[in-house]
Design a protein around this ligand. Structure first.
Ligand SMILES: [Zn+2]
Ligand SMILES: [Zn+2]
Length: 239
């Protein structure tokens, strides 16, 4: 067993609400300086900054899991993590095709920049990435299955854009094995209130939109293998 420090919910400058300074190189570089073992890049409804982030991860010795923070049609945020870059990019394309086709206005919402590992801006994404997709919460498992994705309902204790703020309960057909808690002080009450959560894994992440907000290495996972597969394997099994 290996104990790895993690922060599995980090935005880059691709998210309109993400700081333009949060380039893949700056995010992964900050994680390396802090001594984080594993991070995930989870921009809203897109994985297009994962190629650069994963290259930086290799250069800086940080495991970078490619991901997407999906917005369901109920506006529930779900962190989706993938075993490979190709799978993440495949799902990213799928999610973008299911996103409301509304153009971004960078002056209001912020830029949506695809950046390479040297901070060069490659392009801007047209459609506003923080909008909802037409994928329902209960359809997420089916949507991510072809891409071998793992779904983690995000910040379930947040009072907006979360499973409990927007749906209010765990749908009975749910199959997720892990959820994200924003403040671990809420964990006990959540598990008391929602029986489904009692044998689920739980993680807590920064949800950083600025590099200053990335977590210090204070949260750990015990994995059999120090790799993307090792982390995903752990989180895809309940207790
Ligand atoms: Zn979110
Ligand atoms: Zn987020």
């Amino acid at each position: 067993m290996f104990s790895v420090s993690y922060d599995l919910h980090i935005h880059t400058c691709l998210s309109p609400c993400g700081d333009d300074m949060s380039t893949p190189a700056n995010v992964v570089g900050t994680a390396a300086l802090k001594g984080l073992d594993v991070i995930a890049i989870t921009d809203h409804n897109s994985a297009l900054n994962c190629p650069a982030a994963m290259r930086c991860g290799e250069a800086y010795g940080v495991i970078v899991i490619p991901g997407v923070e999906l917005t369901t049609e109920e506006e529930v945020h779900v962190v989706c993590l993938f075993p490979t870059l190709d799978k993440a990019l495949g799902f990213s394309e799928y999610a973008y095709a299911h996103l409301q086709p509304v153009k971004n206005n960078p002056a209001i919402f912020g830029h949506q920049q695809v950046v390479d590992e040297d901070d060069n801006i490659l392009r801007e994404i047209d459609n506003l990435l923080i909008n909802a997709t037409d994928i329902g919460f209960s359809d997420v498992p089916k949507a991510i299955a072809p891409f071998d994705g793992l779904m983690i309902p995000a910040h379930v204790d947040k009072d907006t854009t979360s499973l409990f703020s927007n749906l209010g309960f765990v749908p009975p057909d749910s199959t997720f094995t892990c959820f994200e808690c924003k403040n671990m002080k809420n964990l006990h009450a959540l598990r008391m209130q929602h029986e489904y959560l009692r044998d689920c894994r739980v993680i807590t992440d920064s949800d950083a939109h600025y590099i200053d907000h990335i977590n210090d290495p204070v949260n750990f996972l015990d994995v059999k293998e120090k790799s993307i597969a090792g982390v995903l394997d752990l989180l895809s099994h309940k207790f």
